[in-house]
Design a protein around this ligand. Structure first.
Ligand SMILES: *Cc1c(COP(=O)(O)O)cnc(C)c1O
Ligand SMILES: [Zn+2]
Length: 464
C-alpha cells in the first residue's frame, strides 16, 4: 500500500482508489470515500513520549504559518511541495467563564474553540486547505461548491490567494448572509444564484461537476475532511494534551462532526490518546434531519450496515410534506446532510449524542458567548445552546471538561445580532417569529439620546 489511499466507507464494499483519483463517491456502490493511511509508515511520535512530541510537531515550509499543515504528518496524502495554505487554522482555544455559568458547568469546565479566526472567518478554511492541496495534486483548474455561504467564501479566498484555480459557487437564491456573499463577490468567484435552497444547489453542483469535470470542494470531498481533522489537534494542543470529556459542535452537512470523529478515533486506534472524548452534534430545530433519524427512527451506523430504507423514507416524507429547512442559523439550514453516514460512524465510535436547539436558544447562547469576548455567527452558537441542554438533561456532568466549537465569525451575519440586541419585542416577533424567536432576554440595548450634554450624562450615570 502507498502511504495514503481512498477507501469506500461501506465495509461491505471497501473498494480502494488511488489518491490521484478524483471521485465524488464510490463508483462501485455510491457511498462516501475516506482517506486512509498506512499508519506503520507514518512519522508518528514515539509511544513513550507521544503527546509531548505531537505538540512539538510544527514543521517548516509553506506549512509553517498553517494550523493545518503543521499537523501534516497526520494527513500525509500529498507531498509537502503540493500543500496549499492561506494561513488557515491559526485559531484559539479560549476560556469562557461566563458562558460556562450559563451552560451550567464549572467556570473552568467550558472552553470555546474559536474557528472564526480563520482567514475567511470560518472553519471551512481548514478543509479548503486539504481540498485545494488535493486539487493541486491532480492539476485541477476549476473548482466549485454549493454553499450556505462559508464554503463559497473560503473557496473564493483560496482561489484568488493561490492563483491556482477559478472558483464557481452555487448559492440557494436569497439564502445567504450578506457578509458571506460579499466575500465571494469581492474575491472574484463566479457566483450562481440558483432558484431554490441549499439542498437544491448541492444536488445541481454535483451533477455539473460530474458533467464538466470540475473539481468539487464540498465536504463530500474526503480531502476536505482531512483538513478539518486539525481542529481536534489544536483543541488537544490548547489543553496541553489533556483529554476533554465532550466535543460539542453544530451539525449541518455533518462534515465537521465526521472529521472530528475521524481525527479522534485515528489517534485512539494508533495509541496516541488514551480515551475517546464523547461527541455531541447539535441540529437547529428548523433543520433536524440527523436528530430525527437518530433519536426518533433509531438510525445507526451499525458497523457499516446503515438502514438506507429509513433514510429514503424520511426524505420522501420531507418531499411529500414540502418541508424545507428553515432556521436563522443559516450555515446549518440543511435537510439532506451529505456526510450523514460518516457522522453516524463518528457517533458510534465516540459514544455520541444528537440533539436539537431552537433558534431562540441559539440566539440566547450567542449573547453569552459574546460576553466572554468571542463573536460568532448564529450556527456556531448551537454548540453552546446544545451543551446547556445536555447539562440540564444530566447527560453532561457539571464537572466535565466540555469543548464547544465556534465555527464561524460574528461579522458573517450581523443582522440577527443587531435585531436581537436592538429590536423591541413586537418587532422581533414580527421579523423573526417564523423562526420561533420571541424574546431577547440577554439583549444589550442601545440607548437613544438627545444631542445634549445633560441627557448624555444622565444616560451614562444611569448605567454606572
Ligand atoms: C459549514 C458550517 C457549519 C456546518 O458544518 P458541517 O460540517 O456542514 O456540519 C456550521 N457553522 C458554520 C459557521 C459553518 O460555516
Ligand atoms: Zn463502495
Amino acid at each position: 500500500m502507498s502511504i495514503a489511499l481512498q477507501r469506500c466507507i461501506n465495509p461491505g464494499c471497501a473498494a480502494e482508489y488511488d489518491v490521484l483519483q478524483t471521485l465524488p463517491k464510490c463508483p462501485k456502490c455510491g457511498n462516501l470515500l475516506d482517506v486512509d493511511y498506512d499508519w506503520d509508515r507514518m512519522r508518528l511520535p514515539d509511544r513513550a513520549d507521544r503527546l509531548g512530541r505531537l505538540a512539538a510537531w510544527p514543521s517548516g515550509g509553506p506549512g509553517s504559518v498553517s494550523g493545518v499543515w503543521r499537523f501534516g504528518d497526520l494527513l500525509p496524502f500529498a507531498p509537502a511541495d503540493k500543500r496549499v495554505s492561506i494561513g488557515e487554522g491559526r485559531t484559539q482555544l479560549r476560556p469562557s467563564p461566563r458562558t460556562a455559568s450559563y451552560v451550567g458547568v464549572g467556570s473552568d469546565c467550558l472552553r470555546l474553540q474559536y474557528e472564526g479566526l480563520n482567514p475567511s472567518g470560518s472553519f471551512k478554511d481548514n478543509g479548503m486547505a486539504g481540498a485545494f492541496t488535493h486539487a493541486n495534486l491532480v492539476g485541477a483548474r476549476v473548482a466549485a461548491c454549493a454553499s450556505t455561504g462559508n464554503t463559497s467564501a473560503s473557496l473564493a479566498a483560496f482561489a484568488s490567494a493561490s492563483g491556482l484555480m477559478r472558483a464557481i459557487i452555487f448559492i440557494g437564491d436569497g439564502k445567504i448572509a450578506y457578509g458571506k456573499l460579499s466575500q465571494a463577490l469581492d474575491y472574484g468567484a463566479a457566483t450562481l444564484l440558483v432558484k431554490g435552497d441549499f439542498d437544491d444547489a448541492m444536488a445541481r453542483v454535483q451533477e455539473v461537476c460530474a458533467e464538466e469535470g470540475i473539481y468539487l470542494v464540498n465536504s463530500v470531498n474526503p480531502f476536505r475532511l482531512e483538513g478539518q481533522k486539525t481542529t481536534m489537534y489544536r483543541v488537544l494542543e490548547g489543553l496541553d494534551w489533556r483529554l476533554p470529556d465532550w466535543i460539542v459542535c453544530p451539525g449541518g452537512n455533518l462534515g465537521n462532526s465526521s472529521a472530528f470523529g475521524k481525527a479522534l478515533y485515528e489517534l485512539y486506534d494508533h495509541g496516541l490518546i488514551a480515551k475517546l472524548p464523547r461527541l455531541a452534534v447539535v441540529n437547529s430545530a428548523g433543520a433536524p434531519t440527523l436528530s430525527r433519524l437518530v433519536n426518533q427512527k433509531g438510525l445507526k451506523w451499525n458497523g457499516g450496515r446503515v438502514d438506507d430504507a429509513v433514510i429514503s423514507s424520511y426524505y420522501a416524507g420531507l418531499d411529500a410534506r414540502g418541508e424545507k429547512a428553515r432556521t436563522l442559523a443559516s450555515a446549518i439550514e440543511i435537510n439532506r446532510p451529505v456526510n450523514l453516514k460518516k457522522c453516524l460512524r463518528a457517533l458510534e465510535r465516540a459514544n455520541g449524542v444528537v440533539l436539537e436547539a431552537t433558534d431562540q436558544e441559539i440566539l440566547d447562547a450567542k449573547a453569552w458567548i459574546a460576553r466572554d469576548g468571542l463573536g460568532c455567527e448564529p450556527a456556531s452558537a448551537a454548540s453552546v445552546a446544545g451543551a446547556k441542554i445536555l447539562v440540564e438533561r444530566g447527560v453532561i456532568d457539571k464537572d466535565s471538561l466540555v469543548i464547544a466549537i465556534l465555527t464561524g465569525h460574528q461579522l458573517k451575519d450581523p443582522h440577527a445580532t443587531v435585531a436581537y440586541h436592538s429590536y423591541a419585542e413586537d418587532k422581533l416577533r414580527a421579523d423573526y417569529g417564523e423562526f420561533g424567536v420571541a424574546s431577547s432576554r440577554f439583549a444589550n440595548r442601545p440607548m437613544p439620546v438627545a444631542n445634549s450634554l445633560g441627557d448624555i450624562i444622565d444616560a451614562i450615570r444611569g448605567i454606572s
